[in-house]
Write a protein that binds this ligand. Structure first.
Ligand code: ZN
Length: 245
């Protein structure tokens, strides 16, 4: 073959490699949107591992929707539409900067895969029982999003802890509880299947933030009428101990 023919073959091979690499990248990017990304393990949090493992900025590269807490168990984290909020035990809710430290969190990119429309009045326990019944794949993790006006919702937030960190049961003895009436806002939550116990907390875990971003926390109880529940099936689960922050 002439030299130009070798050049042509080389060029075509390079183009093929580049296009295959681009295809793989686009496939993995779309897969990322169906991944639940978790920092740390739930049982570590329960046992007092409240030191920052990653940052809000890093967390936001893995999702725009999620829950968690901040360094020292300092309040509840709500990640909604790409902003990470902190609901504190003194009642303040604020947006957190990218350098804020995170000991535990779960995030994903929220895409609505299905909507469960329930009719009637529900409290926390009847809602979670009804929802569990509607999950199409009980072995999967789901992100759960409910935007509604709540006649009543009860949330909590723990105060910041100091080292040596106590276990969560001890820390929550000093939690603040807020009872809100006729508030409009969003529940940001997850469903964890039973087999993930220890790494996750089986069942539903809901946090809440009002539309005006002035109140929120970890949901203890609620009243809701005719809820429309958006579900994002996240079949991939990425657990990152991320202990380098
Ligand atoms: Zn919580």
């Amino acid at each position: 073959m002439a030299r130009w023919q070798y050049y042509l073959i080389g060029l075509l091979a390079a183009l093929l490699i580049i296009s295959v690499a681009a295809l793989i990248q686009s496939i993995s990017a779309s897969n990322d949107r169906d991944t639940l990304y978790q920092v740390s393990a739930y049982d570590l949090l329960v046992n007092g591992s409240y030191g920052g493992r990653t940052t809000v900025g890093e967390l936001k590269t893995h999702g725009d929707f999620g829950i968690g807490t901040y360094q020292g168990l300092d309040g509840e984290m709500i990640v909604l539409d790409g902003t990470a909020y902190q609901a504190r035990s003194d009642g303040l809710v604020q947006a957190m900067g990218d350098t804020s430290l995170v000991p535990f969190a779960e995030v994903t990119y929220f895409n609505t895969d299905s909507v469960v429309d329930l009719s009637g009045e529900y409290n926390y326990s009847t809602l979670t029982v009804a929802l569990a019944d509607k999950l199409s794949a009980k072995d999967d993790f789901y992100a759960v999003r409910i935007h509604a006006t709540f006649p009543y919702i009860k949330v909590r937030a723990p105060p910041a802890q100091h080292e040596p960190y106590p276990p969560i049961a001890e820390a929550l003895k000093n939690q603040s509880v807020f009872e809100l009436h006729n508030v409009t806002g969003t529940i940001v939550g997850y469903y964890t299947p039973a087999y993930a116990k220890g790494i996750g907390a089986p069942g539903f875990h809901f946090h809440f933030i009002t539309d005006d971003r002035k109140a929120g926390g970890h949901v203890l109880d609620l009243d809701i009428n005719n809820p429309g529940v958006m579900l994002d099936d996240t079949p991939r689960y990425d657990v990152d101990m991320a202990s380098t922050a």
